[in-house]
Design a protein around this ligand. Structure first.
Ligand code: ATR
Length: 281
């Protein structure tokens, strides 16, 4: 393969469901860049060995998805601030013989929120976040930076929510609440974010009651498969403004593409349409 062809890929286990190859190859074509982006199915035990081999094969970097984000954090020799705060790396960049780790999920969520629901979406009032995993951690960071006055964090495993809140300390306005106590958590809220995997194809249903959620509250689901989750359908039926997970996926990919290929790509309706078609296929 010619030396001026740049490679990148997505490392996951499994990875067949990933939309990242369609997304990055769409941009490579759009910007006329000689390159390719491929799925890399790598077992956890082989992660470090395979990552070490990638630069030798001409890879400029890689996206990292489930279950490797913490391993990527551990392996990176340099990390950006958001990786450092979240403890997770979703983007590896190979530069001058070293492995740099970035977390672009935080700015991806922020950019999507801004574009879909406007710049005041987080700061308008109390925000409820469901979940306390890696995704929730990044979202709490993005919401705090966007001016959320209060973040009510609710997780099935309460201790995990407490640990997340404690790790942010006074730098984020997080209060934990009990899973199932929806009436209390949703009273007066202006934004609800599902940062759990519930509602995703193949996972359990997200069973919550939106009854006391004010009608002016917007509802966000980071799940994008299905495109319209049960939560988003219920939200629309009640007249709430909504945002699905595809925007975050596209916006987190843009800075990664820029780091590998040197062009900051645009998140366009054409890209969204292509990804929606891939999901519906
Ligand atoms: P990610 O990095 O994508 O956030 P994760 O760390 O596995 O993945 O977190 C998944 C989130 O979905 C967690 O908040 C998890 O709750 P627990 O901490 O209690 O495990 C939540 N989740 C997954 N399945 C769930 C279920 N059946 N009911 C409630 N919450 C669930």
């Amino acid at each position: 393969m010619s030396a001026n062809i740049k490679l990148a890929g997505v490392i996951g286990w499994p990875v067949h469901q990933s939309l990242s190859p369609a997304m990055h190859n769409h941009w490579l074509k759009q910007y006329g860049i000689k390159g390719a982006y491929v799925p890399l199915v790598i077992q956890p035990a082989d992660f470090a060995t395979c990552v070490a081999a990638l630069p030798l094969m001409g890879f400029a970097g890689a996206s990292v998805t489930v279950p490797h984000k913490e391993a990527a954090f551990a392996l990176a020799e340099m990390r950006d601030e958001d990786a450092q705060i979240t403890g997770a790396v979703n983007t590896l960049v190979f530069e001058n013989g070293r492995v740099a780790g970035m977390n672009t999920d935080v700015c991806g969520f922020a950019a999507s929120l801004n574009q879909s629901l406007g710049k005041d979406a987080a700061s308008a009032g109390p925000v409820v976040v469901l979940g306390a995993g890696g995704a929730a951690r990044g979202i709490v960071l993005a919401l705090t930076r966007a001016g959320a006055p209060e973040i009510r964090l609710i997780n099935r495993t309460q201790a995990r929510a407490e640990a997340l809140a404690a790790s942010f300390g006074a730098t984020a306005p997080v209060k934990t609440a009990l899973w199932g106590d929806w009436a209390r958590a949703f009273t007066g809220a202006r934004l609800l974010v599902n940062a759990t995997s519930l509602g995703m194809i193949g996972k359990d249903r997200l069973e919550i009651s939106l009854d006391v959620l004010p009608s002016e509250a917007a509802i966000v689901d980071i799940v994008y498969n299905p495109l319209e989750t049960e939560l988003l359908r219920a939200a629309k039926a009640r007249g709430h403004r909504t945002m699905g997970g595809l925007g975050m996926l596209m916006h987190q990919a843009a800075p990664a593409f820029a780091a590998w290929f040197g062009v900051t790509p645009e998140v366009t309706p054409a890209l969204r349409a292509e990804l929606e078609a891939a999901l519906n296929a």
